[in-house]
Design a protein around this ligand. Structure first.
Ligand code: HEC
Length: 151
């Protein structure tokens, strides 16, 4: 019954011990981390929408979600190290073949998530809507070109 919790705990313990001597990151772990950050960005985006479009209350949570999203927006640029193009990943090799073009989408994500945070902090509804649209375009723009299509 508590099997999953136990597994999670053991994983945590293993990572904690391994963590005492970080050296080179295994590509498989870098891919896991990339997916974890991507999923977290999606979760904060969803939570933001539910509040922002009035489907739930919790206005006081809005700021935490956009701050987390903006922080993760700055992390995207280090999520695609060399050697993480193969394995359990949906990232397309094209990423490493056209780094400049890919970099523009990374920058768009960083910029738009920062603008969304700033607009929410300023209480500017119009700027919030504009920035949220830009965030959606940044995510989708990158996925359309650089992520394997879902089957
Ligand atoms: C610069 C490119 C880029 C940007 C910007 C980007 N993504 Fe991604 N995203 C990817 C790639 C590539 C993958 C596939 C990663 C893998 O499988 O290793 C991915 C995967 C994902 C996944 C699936 C994670 C999993 O567990 O398999 C989600 C969810 C996601 N992105 C959400 C988002 C959201 C939300 C945003 C915008 C806030 C965003 N992404 C912005 C490129 C991007």
């Amino acid at each position: 019954m508590h099997h999953r919790n136990l597994t999670a705990l053991l994983t945590f313990a293993t990572l904690a011990f391994a963590g005492t001597s970080f050296s080179a990151t295994a590509p498989a772990d870098a891919i896991k981390y990339r997916k974890a950050v991507m999923s977290a960005m999606a979760a904060h985006t969803n939570a933001f929408s539910l509040i922002n479009f009035g489907r739930v209350e919790h206005q006081d949570h809005l700021r935490a979600h956009v701050e987390a999203l903006a922080a993760m927006g700055t992390e995207v640029k280090v999520l695609f190290p060399a050697g993480t193009d193969t394995g359990n990943t949906d990232a397309l090799p094209l990423i490493w073949q056209e780094q400049e073009k890919f970099g523009q989408l990374v920058t768009a994500a960083e910029k738009s998530t920062a603008e969304l945070r700033d607009a929410v902090v300023a209480g500017d509804k119009a700027a919030t809507m504009k920035a949220f649209k830009a965030v959606g375009e940044a995510c989708k723009g990158c996925h359309d070109r650089y992520r394997k299509e879902k089957k």
